[in-house]
Write a protein that binds this ligand. Sequence first.
Ligand SMILES: [Zn+2]
Length: 277
Amino acid sequence: MANYKATGLILKTRDFGESDRIVTILDPDLGKLEAVAKGARRTRSRLGGPCQPFSHNQFLLWQGRSLDGIIQCEVLDSFAPLRDDLLKLAAASYITELVDEVVREKDPSPEVFDLTLGTFRWLAEVDAAPGPVTHVLRAFEVRLLTLVGLGPSLDSCATCGVPVESWADRSAGQAGALAFSAAAGGVVCPACRALWPSPGAPPGVVPLAPGTLRALRYLAGADLDKARVLRLTPGAAREMERALREHIVYHLDRRPRTLDFLDSVLGWCVDTPYHVC
Ligand SMILES: [Zn+2]
């Protein structure tokens, strides 16, 4: 069987057999792949240390009939800060679950790889506080959804299709006039929202301030370097969190498992200016 090389991020690992570990790798050119790290759970294994979640590694692999295997592994960046801090660990776990969920096996997406690697770097550098960490998550969520074709409609009404730019004459500046609906597919204009029965059916509707929509549109279109400098007000951060979570749960058809862990850790940080505890 032929050997081959990969350079990728480890999305997750799971125990296999008595001492092996199955590793899920995201490579920009090969896509998502699984490989066994034989003996990785043994104390003296050379693969045990490098084969940890979030690590950015170079791999030499052998090709198997049903499962490939790791021969060698060299760490490019272990992203240790993402494991050393509980809040960053929870955020990185959520990021990798989302990526693992929306990327299919052996379907390369260099853009998703670059986004994930860039987000890990950003997350490793930011203060380990709820405000900066949730800012990273919002930027990641909206960009990931956009890249994989699940992005919410943010440039025009998801119901009637009228562009956002023409909403000024539809009372878009009034507080509570806009809404986000995952079921509708994104932001809903004041005219369409006014047709819904009070107090805001259908279910899962999130009221949006005009500034929150502007911030969402900016994050969806900006690269990570630009997204980093955007300042979110506490109100905008709360609305974005609710809207994007509704959208993610709607499209995954389930709540991400790691959200409970993330919310628990965020809940401990009671002095956060951003998160809704
Ligand atoms: Zn509309």
